[in-house]
Design a binder for this molecule. Structure first.
Ligand SMILES: Cc1cc2nc3c(=O)[nH]c(=O)nc-3n(C[C@H](O)[C@H](O)[C@H](O)COP(=O)(O)OP(=O)(O)OC[C@H]3O[C@@H](n4cnc5c(N)ncnc54)[C@H](O)[C@@H]3O)c2cc1C
Length: 512
């Protein structure tokens, strides 16, 4: 008997899931499928933390599906091979899936699957999964289309699904031959956990979001921490947008009754902007799937001529640069799989301007560390923070200033860089300035217990910025940047800078 396949990709949920919703009301048995594709495992941006997280989210999804009468086949196979095998056994009439925005390999794989479907007379229906609009050539209409999509009704999870009855594949880390890489404070997988995280953010953690997001310590609790759930699709962006809008409406009503709503409205307004950024950045990869290998403005990239320096790369990627705040951020990221936006930007900026390292290699290292790795956001941000788009302000962060601003007493540093445990506050950001006798006294001799700075932070950064502006100059390069803007630039007007509490956020908005 013919069947329908619901192919789960980065959408491991049953709620607000068009392919599953539609399949549940078709008159054919439904086989739910999730693939761990060998081709994907071979990509340089893939890390065991991603695969284990996806598998754990998939196991949670399977429990939900079982409650409806369906199941989930978790196969360790490339897509064509899996489809061939299922087709030979059951005859696939239709495949339903969400659209996927990934790098070239997934784009090419989808083209092959599409051809296979034509050859085998299988219908493949793809549904939008977020605010990314397929087939767009420029940005003029993007915001309207995205906002319209975010306003559509949420779909309820199907109550009954006529699942295909057969033995189900069940890939595990062990069966695919992948060793685990453990991270600490790992989130709880699955769609119920995603809803809990959203609820706790909107009921308590989020009030100081706007003022805490740039501190690596405060952001741990006060940022939403939804990103890993978005990257596996355990929750839809639309659900988060709508739930946040409802909360904002209630807050506005309360405020109009004279109630004190604290910092909630400002924080949630910042949060909504970031939810829009999520899709804005993914749209770039949708329109240019080579963003992980080719700079948005290749002329700038070529003009920069950054070269790999193994020693610098090792120090940067391991968190042994000799800049305590930077090292704390990198070590914290490696240990936990997460760090806040500002520090991600600083890490990329330090690699690109201070150390003049090529963005592809540094971007790959970060991709492998982020549990929430989302190619569309990631490679767009890597382009921005390495100065290779030609349409964004050159933003070269001082790692020492960032440390003083966001970790004034060095608590975060001491937490992650044990060598600095007894260094006095006065020297915590620049330990190389410590007199020798204090270095001996606190067991932190620079060059022995903790490295000397890999380069002079300020002068290397200035030189990096100078070289970047030099690479941006020239008629041909500027023309190429104009084209980048036409294709990818945000059409949103820059935020007006305000005084006081809001000022910090309008500065962030420039990063858009
Ligand atoms: C070099 C670099 C690489 C990055 N790589 C990724 C990545 O692989 N995956 C990823 O999800 N984010 C990435 N970001 C963006 C951002 O740092 C993370 O989305 C955020 O830190 C995730 O934590 P959160 O869910 O608590 O975010 P919150 O601050 O609570 O924001 C809510 C959601 O908004 C979206 N968002 C927030 N900031 C941004 C932003 N600047 N750009 C686009 N969307 C945003 C995310 O979906 C996030 O989950 C990167 C940023 C930089 C500078």
């Amino acid at each position: 008997m013919a069947i329908e396949v619901v192919w789960f990709k980065r959408d491991l949920r049953t709620s607000d899931h068009s392919p599953l919703f539609e399949a549940s009301s078709s008159n054919l048995p439904v086989l739910c499928l999730f693939l761990v594709e060998p081709q994907r495992l071979a990509q340089p941006d893939c890390d065991p933390i991603h695969i284990e997280w996806e598998l754990d989210c998939a196991y949670e999804l399977r429990k939900k599906l079982e409650a409806t009468g369906a199941n989930l086949d978790i196969m360790h196979k490339d897509a064509l091979e899996a489809m061939e095998e299922i087709h030979a056994k059951h005859t696939i009439s239709r495949i339903r899936s969400h659209e996927e925005t990934g790098t070239s390999w997934s784009f090419d794989r989808d083209k092959r699957v599409s051809e296979w479907c034509v050859d085998n007379k299988v219908e493949w229906i793809e549904y939008p999964n977020n605010g990314v609009i397929r087939g767009m050539k420029g940005r003029d209409k993007w915001k309207t289309s995205r906002d319209r999509r975010m306003g559509l009704d949420l779909l309820a999870p199907p109550k009954r699904i006529a699942g295909v009855q057969s033995k189900h594949a069940n890939a595990t880390m062990q069966s695919i031959g992948m060793s685990r890489r453990q991270i600490i404070h790992r989130p709880i997988p699955g769609q119920d956990a995603a809803m809990d995280v959203l609820r706790s953010f909107l009921s308590s953690r989020g009030e100081s979001y706007r003022w805490s997001m740039s501190s690596p310590s405060l952001a741990v609790d006060n940022c939403s921490r939804l990103a890993p759930y978005f990257s596996t699709g355990c929750i839809s962006v639309r659900r988060v947008v709508q739930t946040t809008s409802s909360k904002m409406r209630r807050l506005k009503e309360a405020r109009s009754r004279g109630e004190d709503v604290g910092g909630w409205l400002q924080s949630l307004s910042s949060f909504q902007s970031r939810l829009a950024w999520h899709c804005h950045f993914m749209q770039k990869l949708e329109m240019e799937p080579t963003l992980d290998t080719r700079a948005q403005n290749p002329l700038i990239d070529r003009g920069m001529n950054r070269e790999m320096d193994e020693e610098r790369f090792r120090a940067w990627s391991e968190g042994t640069t000799g800049w305590p705040f930077f090292d704390a951020c990198m070590r914290s990221l490696i240990a936990t799989g997460w760090i806040n936006f500002r520090m991600r930007a600083m890490m990329m900026s330090a690699a690109s301007y201070n150390l003049w390292l090529p963005w592809r290699e540094t971007g790959l290292h970060l991709a492998r560390q982020f549990l929430d790795y989302e190619p569309g956001i990631h490679w767009s941000q890597v382009g921005m923070q390495s100065g290779t788009t030609g349409i964004n302000t050159v933003r070269a962060y001082s790692v020492i200033k960032q440390g003083r601003d966001h970790d004034p007493k060095g608590t975060f540093i001491r937490n992650w860089v044990s060598e600095m445990g007894s260094v006095p506050d006065k020297y915590i950001h620049e330990p190389w300035k410590m007199p020798q006798e204090i270095q001996n006294e606190v067991d932190c001799v620079i060059g022995k217990h903790y490295p000397s700075p890999i380069v002079d932070e300020a002068s290397a950064r200035k030189e990096g910025v100078r070289r970047t502006y030099a690479a941006r100059s020239g008629e041909e390069t500027r023309e190429a940047s104009k084209k980048v803007y036409q294709k990818h630039g945000s059409r949103r007007r820059p935020a007006v800078r305000r005084r006081g509490r809001g000022a910090r956020d309008s500065r962030q908005a420039k990063l858009f």
